[in-house]
Design a protein around this ligand. Structure first.
Ligand SMILES: [Fe+2]
Ligand SMILES: [Fe+2]
Length: 244
């Protein structure tokens, strides 16, 4: 059933957008990030009802949406969203998909993670084929500013946070041209696959941790208690703010 759902979506997008890669990637990125919104919505519901609380899952899934958002921004900067029909198809498909995955995640989280594993795997192969077939052209084109900001110049905490099978700060992309951008988008999709596999682990409910949580635990980072002077300085600052 899950495989059928994915193959329908993939067939639909691949057939409709055979010769328009940036529009195809725009639609793919708009639709394929929606399940992470569904996961977050259901997890927030569980928290609100007091059924289940695990901050690490929220952190990782939010970091995944943040990564996919930047893929989408890159596609938009390349003109993938210029025509209203592409925006119409992408946004309406995404809306329907959101609710399908909310129901699926609420009834069978592991099936929902398997669905995402397949979608991310498809995204990986789509980008892999694209970079191999268009390497020379892509190397001659500049990287969009949004990609440079995200992969190279920005705060990379959330970039590390969605890669649960990679040590934080070990992956720092080089972004010199459009080829580098697509290689890193492809590699991101590969990291999402690994994270989705980790989420399906039978012990995941107890053992799944965000990369920075693992890092903190492994290094046993314990902040020293605040000194007397630091406490006094903080109190004085608070007084100033109140008076101001
Ligand atoms: Fe993506
Ligand atoms: Fe993805």
């Amino acid at each position: 059933m899950i495989r059928f759902m994915v193959s329908v979506l993939v067939f639909f997008i691949d057939t409709l957008y055979r010769d328009r890669p940036y529009q195809r990637f725009y639609v793919l990125e708009t639709v394929a990030r929606v399940p992470y919104f569904s996961f977050l919505s259901v997890l927030h519901l569980y928290e609100t009802l007091g059924w289940w609380r695990k901050a690490d899952w929220l952190k990782v899934h939010f970091a995944e949406t943040w990564n996919e958002l930047h893929h989408l921004l890159i596609m938009e900067s390349l003109g993938g969203d210029k025509q209203w029909i592409d925006r119409f198809i992408a946004q309406h498909t995404a809306l329907a998909y959101y609710w399908v995955v909310v129901v699926l995640y609420g009834t069978s989280p592991r099936s929902a993670y398997y669905l995402m594993e397949l979608i991310e795997g498809h995204a990986y192969h789509t980008y892999d084929t694209f970079v191999k077939e268009n390497a020379a052209q892509l190397k001659e084109q500049p990287a969009p500013q949004v990609a440079i900001n995200y992969y190279r110049n920005g705060d990379l905490y959330l970039f590390d946070e969605f890669q649960t099978c990679t040590i934080p700060e070990s992956r720092r992309p080089t972004i010199d041209n459009l080829y580098d951008v697509f290689v890193n988008i492809r590699d991101d999709e590969g990291e999402h696959v690994k994270t989705m596999v980790a989420c399906q682990n039978p012990d995941a409910q107890k053992t799944f941790k965000s990369p920075h949580t693992q890092d903190s635990v492994a290094q046993k980072i314990v902040l020293p208690p605040a000194s007397e002077q630091e406490v006094q300085a903080a109190e004085q600052e608070a007084d100033l703010v109140t008076m101001g």
